[in-house]
Structures are given as structure tokens and as C-alpha cells.
Design a protein around this ligand. Structure first.
Ligand code: DND
Length: 195
């Protein structure tokens, strides 16, 4: 059976927390492939000043060199809000029928997962795997996952950083070099994003 991970996000910008999570999850879940899926029109966030293709490019710079990783542009081509269930169904058609899909989410998405579009259907159509974003989130995550059911919580090494923190730091001219992959940071600087 072919095991595929799907890691969706605004990636505005992608940072070391995203990269570390995806690398560890791929290893622990023994995935053959990890698909990075930047959002075109997010279901839960307003439009970003940094458009889809720039965020897709930053995903290539952050993840593209990692073995077994690929970046998909399917959400950039979809009209309307990009509900994850619809994207998963598109991806499923692109891979062998016997593939098993694992949807990777961070803790904030787990805490809000029961508000997602047809979340029960997502749980039936793929395996949902959650990982912490902060050191002490694990017990609360297990509680939520147990309540919702069918969600596996991974206990991984955490990198405490968020895209909003990076945007704020860049806007106030603070150093983010330890938080973002170097090529992503060069790209942001060249284009003067988030200033
Ligand atoms: P975000 O914009 O919150 O992602 O979107 C996450 C995904 O959820 C996207 O694919 C959305 O389309 C999907 N979604 C959200 C809401 C509703 C529905 C779907 C629906 O279908 O109804 P970010 O770029 O902020 O972060 C990407 C992922 O990385 C998230 O899961 C986040 O929790 C996680 N993350 C971290 N994980 C570990 N360590 C850190 C992290 N920072 C972010 N430091």
C-alpha cells in the first residue's frame, strides 16, 4: 500500500515549525510521499497580501529539496474556498487507488477540527494525524482527539514558531533567520514581503 501524507496550510510564510513537523511525521508514519498543499482561498482566513504563487514558491524553497516531498498547486486552481475534503478527493484521483491518505494538522487545527466542512466525512476518507505546536499541548490534544474520535496524536519535537510571529518580526525589522529556511528568507527579502 502506498502511504501519502497531505500537509495543507496558508504557508504565509512556511517556517521551521512546518518543516520540522512534516519531516518527523513522514518518518514516524513511514510515508512514501508527503504532499505540501498551500491554500488558494482559505476556508477560515481572509485573503493574504502575499498571493498563492508566491506562497507556493516559498513551499518549494522550504520543502522541495526534501526526499519524498512534493508541492501541489491544486488549491491555487480551484474556485471558491478550498475545503480540505474537496482537495483530498482531487488528490485521491491522482494517486493509485490503494493509496492510504494521512492528513497532517497542527494543534490549533485539531482544536477547531469539528468546525471544518464535513469533518466526519474527512475522518472516514483518510487518517487524520495531529501534532503539537507548543511544548505542553499534548494532553489537551489527546483529550480533543478522544472526544472527536479517530484522530491520532503524534508526540513530536516541537518548534514553537508561527507565521504571524514571523510576519510581525519582519514588519518590525527583527531577525527571523533562525525561524525560517534560509532560501525562504532570501525570497521574502528580495520581494520585500511582510514589511
Ligand atoms: P492554516 O492557514 O491554519 O495553516 O491552514 C491549515 C489547513 O487547514 C489548510 O489546508 C486549510 O485549508 C485547512 N482548513 C482549515 C480550516 C477549515 C478547513 C480546512 C475546512 O476544510 O473546513 P498555517 O499555514 O497557519 O499552518 C499549516 C499547518 O501547520 C497547520 O495545521 C498548523 O496547525 C501547523 N503549524 C505547526 N505545526 C507544528 N509546529 C508549528 C506550527 N505552526 C503551524 N510551529
Amino acid at each position: 500500500m502506498y502511504k501519502i501524507g497531505v500537509f495543507g496550510g496558508s504557508f504565509n510564510p512556511p517556517h521551521n515549525g512546518h518543516v520540522n513537523l512534516a519531516i518527523q511525521a513522514k518518518k514516524i508514519l513511514e510515508l512514501d510521499k508527503m504532499i505540501i498543499m498551500p491554500t488558494g482561498t482559505s476556508p477560515h482566513k481572509g485573503a493574504s497580501a502575499v498571493g498563492f504563487y508566491a506562497r507556493e514558491n516559498m513551499c518549494y524553497l522550504a520543502f522541495g529539496h526534501l526526499p519524498g516531498f512534493e508541492v501541489t498547486d491544486i488549491e491555487g486552481k480551484m474556485s471558491g474556498r478550498n475545503y480540505t475534503l474537496n482537495s483530498l478527493r482531487i488528490l485521491k484521483k491522482l494517486y493509485p487507488q490503494n493509496s492510504k491518505f494521512h492528513l497532517l494538522i497542527g494543534a490549533d487545527m485539531l482544536f477547531y477540527f469539528d468546525m471544518w466542512y464535513e469533518y466526519q466525512t474527512i475522518l472516514n476518507e483518510c487518517s487524520v494525524v495531529a501534532a503539537a505546536r507548543e511544548q505542553d499541548q499534548f494532553p489537551k490534544m489527546v483529550e480533543y482527539a478522544t472526544e472527536i474520535g479517530k484522530i491520532r496524536v503524534l508526540n513530536l519535537d516541537v518548534t514553537e514558531v508561527s507565521s504571524s510571529e514571523i510576519r510581525e518580526k519582519i514588519a518590525t525589522r527583527k531577525d527571523v533567520s533562525g525561524l525560517v529556511p534560509p532560501k525562504v528568507l532570501d525570497y521574502i527579502k528580495e520581494r520585500k514581503y511582510y514589511i
